[in-house]
Design a protein around this ligand. Structure first.
Ligand SMILES: *Cc1c(COP(=O)(O)O)cnc(C)c1O
Length: 439
């Protein structure tokens, strides 16, 4: 699929327009869009509750679900997820602190950083969080630290790269032959070395893999998971007892960025896994998941003012305040990360008129700062608003300080009887705060 889909489907791609219009009108009425605040983000609180409920309902109770904090590390979001019964996946000292601040304790957290310092390994172990070892060198470090430990109750294990191949988006693929993640299972001698390490260290109780994110086909994920399950069974068989108690199967469920429809659903994924990786469902192992994008993408949106509308060489261009500072992946890799947009009048009325082809550009000073190229949609005018949909994952958590633009405010919202209620999740960064970061 490519951008072309949007050209013919503007109306049908925006089926929740009543809700989006209410949200836009309420945001304008609340003064969230001002000349000095031309960009704002939203999290759909009820949406998050529904998504997490769907996730939990799709899998049996021996599954636990660790949200990938990198997808959206805002404290109120993490707290909301925690209240919904979700746990945390972290991969840096900062993400670890974000999870702790949101109320997660060590036993709720798994830690996946590829470049763990000795310092952070000690921190993770002292918290009792689960630790996934990326490579044999790291194993030496962990072994030395564990030799001084006697009260660690968490779970340690290898992160395995099953080397089953890459998905559609190279940058999102983690299980190719040369991936930077985990211990490559098929390289000569590795499988036996891994098994020997499990047999020699009774504190190695888990095994982890994450086959890939957006763009990774189900079949590839199933192949990777089956290899890891087979490894875990072999370890237990050779140990003569259940040494590996849990398997962490990672995240990577793709998101539909082309309409409001949630597809694939968690239920479809669970059904697929049940059919194709049945060992996950027997209860022999506790199973952990690490979804990020599929939990939050469709529960977030971004609203920006159109500052100017102009024409260049016959092409309409809307110059807006939503660009690389908040949508870096979309502007740098537009084919891989397209977004649905919808348009509103200055009063917040949904614009549904005749569609014309236009570039929707951001405020940054480089030519690629365009969130939609030649998108067919109602012609944008200065003063209009533009909404970027499905931006709840990997947008608010990934600011880009190009042109020293500040990070935008984000509000959580609920809609009751047509009334939108907001809670501020974060305010817009001040210029001083931005300057403190740039230095
Ligand atoms: C990024 C990441 C995830 C989450 O991936 P999604 O595609 O957002 O579901 C899970 N586990 C690990 C180890 C990751 O790096």
């Amino acid at each position: 699929m490519n951008d072309h889909e949007f050209e013919t489907e503007y109306g049908s791609a925006i089926t929740n327009n009543v809700e989006y219009e209410l949200l836009t009108k309420a945001a304008i009425a609340n003064g969230f869009l001002q000349p000095e605040k031309p960009l704002v983000g939203f999290i759909n609180i009820e949406g998050v509750r529904k998504t997490t409920a769907d996730l939990k309902a799709a899998f049996p109770s021996h599954f636990s679900h660790h949200f990938a904090v990198k997808a959206n590390g805002m404290t109120p979001v993490l707290s909301l997820l925690r209240e919904c019964g979700i746990l945390a996946e972290t991969a840096s000292p900062g993400e670890l602190q974000q999870a702790l601040k949101a109320g997660f304790t060590g036993k709720d957290i798994v830690f996946d950083e590829p470049a763990k310092t000795e310092y952070v390994i000690r921190e993770v172990i002292s918290l009792g969080a689960a630790l996934h070892i990326d490579n044999f060198e790291e194993m030496e470090r962990v072994r030395a630290i564990m030799a001084e430990q006697n009260d660690y109750t968490g779970e340690i294990g290898y992160r395995i790269n099953p080397q089953v191949g890459s998905g559609k988006i190279k940058a999102m693929s983690t299980a190719g032959a040369h991936s930077k993640f985990g211990v490559p299972l098929e390289d000569e001698g590795n499988r036996e070395q891994i098994i020997q390490d499990y047999l020699a260290h009774p504190w190695m109780k888990t095994v982890h893999t994450h086959v890939g994110s957006q763009g990774c086909p189900f079949d590839l994920i199933a192949q990777g998971l089956n290899k890891v399950v087979a490894l875990a069974k072999e370890v237990n068989e050779r140990a003569g007892e259940q040494r590996i108690e849990s398997i962490d199967i990672g995240g990577g469920l793709r998101v539909n960025f082309y309409s409001d429809k949630v597809t694939p659903t968690f239920q479809q994924y669970a059904d697929f896994l049940k059919e194709n990786v049945p060992d996950l469902f027997t209860g022999e192992f506790r199973i952990k998941t690490e979804f990020g994008r599929s939990m939050m993408a469709k529960n977030g949106s971004i609203l920006a003012r159109v500052e100017y509308a102009k024409n260049s060489g016959g092409r309409h261009i809307a110059t807006t305040h939503a660009g690389s500072q908040i949508a870096a992946r979309t502007t740098f890799m537009p084919e891989s990360w397209p977004l649905r947009l919808s348009a509103y009048t200055p009063e917040g009325d949904f614009k549904n008129g005749e569609c014309v082809e236009q570039d929707v550009a951001g405020p940054c000073c480089f030519a690629g700062d365009v969130v939609a190229h030649q998108r067919k949609m109602p012609k944008l005018e200065s003063g209009d608003c533009i909404m970027l949909h499905d931006t709840g994952a990997y947008y608010f958590s990934n600011p880009f300080y190009y042109n020293s633009l500040p990070t935008a405010a984000v509000y959580g919202y609920t809609i009751n009887d047509g009334q939108v209620e907001f809670v501020q999740y974060r305010r817009q960064q001040t210029v001083e705060e931005m300057m403190a970061i740039i230095g």
